[in-house]
Design a protein around this ligand. Structure first.
Ligand code: PNS
Length: 166
């Protein structure tokens, strides 16, 4: 029997509990999931690719069937190169729909062999996004429970006030 492999692509800047939920639920459909971190310095990420990878590794520790990798260029080319049959994406509110639909149709046009599979986000994570979390964390907001512990700590480190001894 062939192994069902999906790519779960994203910026993961940083990974949230909403992402983790999609990965764990995705494993009920796919035998293996490759979490593909887009290496796109043009997006001016808060965390480097290595930092994002380390946070994903720590957050997904003990979960089998997962690989964490990085990619650049076209997602469908990366999926083909890794032998994946599907792209897994989470969908939150209606606001996600247009962007996701556009991306799925473009990816289908680029490679008809790769199917995009959407999972609706868990209700708990409907308003969770990496960008809103970064904004809250930047101003000292409490984001406990929205991100894995390791991410919470890394965000605190990033936004820790620089001590000034003068
Ligand atoms: O977490 P994000 O930022 O919503 O993820 C977006 C991502 C990485 C899935 C998307 O930007 C992507 O696939 N980029 C690679 C280039 C590509 O193939 N784009 C889609 C077809 S033009």
């Amino acid at each position: 029997m062939s192994v069902k492999l999906a790519i779960y692509p994203g910026s993961f800047d940083p990974v949230t509990n909403g992402h983790i939920d999609i990965i764990v639920r995705g494993l009920k459909i796919f035998d293996r999931i490759i979490v593909g971190i887009l290496n796109n310095p043009g997006k001016d990420p808060l965390f480097s690719v290595d930092e994002r990878k380390a946070m994903l590794q720590a957050s997904l520790k003990g979960i089998t069937g997962i690989e964490i990798d990085t990619f650049d260029g076209l997602l469908v080319d990366y999926a083909l190169h890794r032998g994946a049959q599907a792209i897994l994406r989470g969908m939150r509110a209606v606001s996600d729909f247009e962007y996701e639909f556009q991306m799925a149709l473009m990816n289908r046009r680029l490679n008809r062999e790769i199917q995009t599979v959407f999972l609706m986000t868990g209700l708990r994570w409907i308003f969770t996004s990496s960008s809103i979390i970064k904004e809250a964390a930047q101003f000292g907001g409490n984001i406990t429970g929205m991100v894995p512990k390791v991410v919470n700590q890394q965000l605190r480190n990033k936004f820790a006030p620089v001590s000034n001894s003068h």
